[in-house]
Design a protein around this ligand. Structure first.
Ligand code: NAD
Length: 514
């Protein structure tokens, strides 16, 4: 193993940013600045200027002006800009993926996977740009036509979390841009560098778009780097009719309330407390791989990470010891050197993990793993994933701890397991491992999982962009990415047109003034 403490990630970061067209002076901000560290070895990567509230408000005003122009450009032309963005992302996939790995601590394949997700949503949005459509609805009045039209909504505020620092922006921005909206993005204060790099990639796409004879208005896509105050300015601004906010349930509670108070729209993508059920008929080899990746991948820092596992008592002894072996043998260390479990984002995350494990032990749980792993870099926080056999579905089991902890409980009756699975505040992702059709269909039925995502023989994490992504209850209820999520980025008008000479009123009402 190389000495990760002396790995010069700061120089690599400067080189990557400069290859992506970012002036390296942006890493040496003075005054109101955010210090960016790599969780891989704790090294400081740079200091990035933070937007003031005034600067954020000015960005919103620019975006509003841009929206007034952009909404007049035909949607397929707007799609052309997103097509070019997809091309630029393809061309810069390696550099941006590497930067994601350095700034968030993801493995190279996960860093690249995140950029691939951006490319995929661009492809989806380009197709969508020729398919934005409304219904024609039968009317009760003769010689009338009733229909729905969908119009751009305005400035879309995007607030993103650290763990998918760029894909979440793309999920929102690609759709918003083809829908005719402008975008102001407030990335996580823990990951501003990947946001700055993505913004530079978008600028390149805009330059090519403008060279092809179109004109993307100034302010079409703004970046406001900053902390909560910057996000709060976006949420408060009356010129932002929609905010798509991804992060903790705690954040969503504040943002949702603020938006509701001014009748702003929200797409909230918040915390999950995802569960899987392993039934007696499950293919245990497949289940083992599905559970292991979902629980330990990205060091447990995905909103869809598997956090609770219900195993039927008849297969508990055949399955759980194998899972324990996988937890105790998985390689923990620098993701840049091929280890499967990388770092937690910061010291606070490690502390919260240890607190949750202590609370579980107090309730009688047996904890396997979970200890800090020394990688020779004191400012980097790695932990062995914890498998926790718990006798109770209570205490920390009901919370989302953003770390690799899997609580395991035996069950005897599938309906009881489904009921426990649903008995948490969050409702994001869920899975069942079974080869029994009846069990699978029950799980997917109205009596089954209450989550926005319910899978069969696949883990809880790793969604594709084609489906609508999001969850119920304390996960916020938002949907983004595929399917008809685009409707969230537009406003709907119902139009009724009378092409006759009479004026029949609806419901047979008469009002004869002549
Ligand atoms: P976080 O809530 O700490 O921060 C998320 C973003 O919200 C950041 O940009 C932050 O600056 C901003 N923010 C925080 N408070 C705010 C406020 N009062 N007003 C405006 N903006 C505010 O979350 P995090 O630690 O970056 O990310 C981890 C969390 O995100 C987990 O709970 C995870 O489950 C969730 N997440 C959810 C999804 C999903 O799609 N459901 C996806 C990724 C992450």
């Amino acid at each position: 193993m190389s000495d990760i403490a002396s790995l010069d990630l700061a120089t690599q970061t400067r080189d990557l940013l400069s290859s992506l067209g970012v002036d390296d002076r942006r890493l040496s901000a003075q005054g109101l600045a955010i210090t960016v560290r790599s969780p891989v070895n704790g090294q400081t990567l740079g200091h990035v200027a933070s937007a003031t509230v005034e600067e954020t408000n000015a960005a919103i005003e620019r975006a509003h002006g841009a929206f007034l122009t952009w909404r007049r450009i035909p949607a397929p032309r707007r799609g052309e800009l997103v097509r070019l963005l997809g091309e630029e992302l393809r061309a810069n996939k390696d550099a941006l993926g590497r930067l994601v790995s350095i700034e968030v601590g993801k493995s190279p394949s996960e860093g690249l996977g995140e950029v691939q997700e951006m490319i995929d949503i661009c492809d989806f949005a380009v197709g969508l740009s020729r398919q934005l459509c409304g219904l024609t609805i039968a009317t009760e009045r003769a010689e009338h036509r009733m229909m729905e039209t969908w119009h751009p909504i305005g400035v879309v505020g995007v607030i993103s979390a650290f763990n998918f620092p760029v894909a979440v922006w793309a999920w929102n921005a690609a759709l918003a841009l083809v829908c005719g909206d402008s975008v102001v993005w407030k990335p996580s204060e823990k990951t501003p560098l990947t946001a700055i790099a993505t913004d530079a990639i978008l600028r390149r796409a805009i330059t090519r778009f403008n060279a092809s004879g179109d004109a993307a208005p100034d302010g079409l896509a703004e970046l406001a780097v900053g902390g909560r105050e910057t996000g709060a300015a976006l949420v408060a601004h009356p010129r932002v009719p929609l905010v798509s906010a991804t992060g903790s349930t705690e954040m969503g509670r504040i943002v949702g309330r603020e938006l509701a108070s001014r009748f702003g729209r929200a797409i909230l993508e918040l915390g999950g407390n995802n569960a899987a059920i392993v039934t007696p008929s499950a293919d245990l080899d497949l289940a083992l791989r599905g559970v292991a990746f979902a629980a330990m991948g990205t060091a447990g820092q995905r909103c869809t990470t598997l956090r609770r596992l219900f195993v039927h008592s008849s297969v508990y002894d055949a399955f759980v010891p194998r899972l324990k072996a996988a937890f105790s043998s998985v390689s923990v260390g620098s993701p840049l050197e091929g280890h499967l479990v990388g770092p937690l984002i910061d010291h606070a995350a490690l502390e919260r993990m240890q607190e949750a494990l202590a609370a579980a032990m107090e309730l009688g749980a047996t904890v396997h793993g979970g200890e800090r792993v020394d990688v020779g870099a004191p400012q980097a926080f790695y932990a062995r994933p914890a498998l926790v056999e718990t006798p109770v579905h209570d205490g920390p089991v009901l919370d989302e701890t953003f770390a690799p902890i899997l609580y395991v409980l035996p069950y005897d009756d599938l309906e009881d397991a489904i009921s426990l699975q649903n008995d948490v505040p969050q409702g994001l992702s869920s899975a069942i491992f079974t080869t029994d059709l009846r069990e699978a269909e029950l799980f997917l039925s109205a009596r089954g999982s209450d989550c926005g995502i319910a899978n069969v023989n696949i883990g809880t994490s790793g969604a594709e962009i084609g489906g609508a992504f999001g969850g119920e209850k304390a996960t916020g209820g938002g949907r983004e990415s595929g399917s008809d999520s685009w409707k969230g980025y537009m406003r709907r008008a119902t139009n009724t047109i009378n092409y006759g000479r009479d004026l029949p009123l609806a419901q047979g009402v008469t009002f004869d003034v002549g």
